[in-house]
Design a protein. Structure first.
Length: 368
C-alpha cells in the first residue's frame, strides 16, 4: 500500500518513473549548529518594577539536522530533512521541522511536510554578522520585552520574516521553480495553521485558520563586484467561522553588496483579523555590515515594529544592535555585541506598561 501511495503521489507531481536503482546508494548524513551566548543585562521600565532582572544570563540555540538523500538515474534527488532541537523544552526535546524534498535542475524543488512557507523562505532583511537576533524574539532571553509588548511570533511587529497569522512549520506543500537568471518563485499551500510538525487528523475549517496560500519571489545576482538580492512575499488564509476577516501578510526586502560593505532592509505587515490574535502589526529593518581585512566582520542594524490591538492601542518595539564576529576556523566563529530594546504596550493611564533593556554579550557559534 505504501509503495502504491508513493507511486500515485509521484504521478500527480508529474515525475517520470525512475530506472532501477540497484547501484544507487543513500547519502546518510547529518549536520547542525550550536550557539552559546553569555551576556549582562540592565533592565528597566514600569513592567519591570519589583523584579530583579539585571545580571548575567545565558542563551543557547542548538539543532541537529539529519539530511539523508539519494539521486536516481533520472536525475531526481529525494531527500529528508529532520531538525531536532538541542535544548530541553519543558522537560522534553522536540522536532523543529520535518519534511521531504524532491528536486532536480529542471524540475526545481518540491517540499512536503512541516516547514515554513515559500514566502517566508524567499524573504531577506537587514544583514548581520552575529547570532543574537533582534529581527526575531531571540533577544527575549535577556530582555523580557513581552512583559510590555504584545507582538506575536512570526509576525511583523517583531520580525519581517512573517507567516499568515504567525503560523509556523505546519504541514505544507511547497514548490520552488528552478532559478531563471537568479529569479526563483515559490508557492505554498497548508490545510491548517493550527498544528506544528504533526498530522492534523482532519481539519475542521469552521474552527481553525485553514487553506493558507503563500507566494514568494527572490532575485539574486552578481554584477561585477556588486551583488543584489531582492525579495517579496504575500500570503493569506481562511479565517474560522466568526473569526473576522481573512488574515493576510506581505513583505519586501533587499540587500546590496559592494566591495566589503553590504546594506539592506525590509518591510512587512500582518493583518490578522479580529479573532486571530486580534493584533495587526507592521515592522521594518535596516542595517549594514563591513568585512574587515582579515577574520573580522562588523555590523550595525535595527528592527522597529508596531502592533495594534482590538482596542486600537499602538504598541511599539524598537531594537538596535552593533557587533563584530571573528572567524576562528571552519565552522567556528566568535561574536561580541551590544543591543538595546525599548518596548511598550501603547496604553495611556493606569494600564500603561513599558520595558527597556541593554545587554553586552559574547557568543561562540559552531556549524558542522
Amino acid at each position: 500500500m505504501k509503495k502504491h501511495l508513493l507511486s500515485t503521489s509521484a504521478i500527480a507531481l508529474g515525475v517520470a518513473a525512475a530506472a532501477p536503482a540497484a547501484a544507487q546508494e543513500w547519502d546518510v548524513s547529518f549536520g547542525g549548529f550550536m550557539s552559546q551566548h553569555v551576556a549582562y543585562a540592565d533592565i528597566g521600565g514600569t513592567a519591570a518594577a519589583g523584579l530583579d532582572l539585571d545580571g548575567v544570563d545565558l542563551h543557547s540555540n542548538t539543532e541537529i539536522i539529519f539530511t539523508p538523500s539519494i539521486t536516481l538515474d533520472n536525475g531526481l534527488t529525494f531527500g529528508v530533512n529532520v531538525q531536532m532541537e538541542g535544548e530541553n523544552q519543558g522537560g522534553f526535546s522536540q522536532i523543529d521541522e520535518s519534511y521531504m524534498t524532491i528536486s532536480s535542475d529542471t524540475l526545481g524543488k518540491i517540499v512536503v511536510g512541516s516547514e515554513n512557507s515559500a514566502g517566508y523562505m524567499s524573504m531577506v532583511g537587514a544583514p548581520g554578522v552575529t547570532s543574537m537576533y533582534i529581527n526575531s524574539p531571540s533577544i527575549s532571553t535577556f530582555i523580557p520585552f513581552s512583559l510590555a509588548y504584545p507582538g506575536g511570533f512570526r509576525q511583523a511587529g517583531l520580525s519581517s520574516y512573517t507567516e499568515v497569522a504567525g503560523n509556523n512549520d505546519v504541514q505544507r506543500l511547497t514548490y520552488f521553480t528552478p532559478s531563471f537568471n537568479g529569479l526563483t518563485v515559490g508557492i505554498s499551500y497548508a490545510p491548517t495553521g493550527a498544528l506544528n510538525v504533526r498530522n492534523s487528523y482532519g481539519v475542521d475549517r469552521n474552527a481553525v485558520l485553514s487553506d493558507i496560500f503563500d507566494i514568494g519571489a527572490n532575485y539574486s545576482q552578481t554584477f561585477g563586484t556588486t551583488s543584489v538580492t531582492l525579495a517579496a512575499r504575500y500570503g493569506t488564509g481562511e479565517a474560522p467561522t466568526g473569526g473576522g476577516s481573512d488574515p493576510e501578510t506581505w513583505g519586501v526586502g533587499a540587500q546590496v553588496g559592494f566591495g566589503d560593505f553590504t546594506v539592506g532592509g525590509s518591510y512587512a505587515e500582518n493583518d490578522n483579523g479580529l479573532a486571530l490574535g486580534a493584533s495587526d502589526s507592521e515592522g521594518w529593518s535596516l542595517g549594514v555590515t563591513y568585512d574587515v581585512a582579515g577574520p573580522w566582520a562588523l555590523e550595525a542594524l535595527t528592527y522597529q515594529g508596531e502592533t495594534k490591538n482590538a482596542a486600537g492601542n499602538n504598541a511599539d518595539y524598537k531594537a538596535y544592535r552593533i557587533g563584530a564576529s571573528r572567524d576562528l576556523g571552519p565552522g567556528v566563529s566568535w561574536d561580541i555585541y551590544a543591543a538595546q530594546v525599548d518596548a511598550d504596550n501603547g496604553v495611556t493611564g493606569a494600564g500603561a506598561a513599558d520595558i527597556d533593556g541593554t545587554i553586552i554579550g559574547t557568543g561562540i557559534n559552531l556549524s558542522f
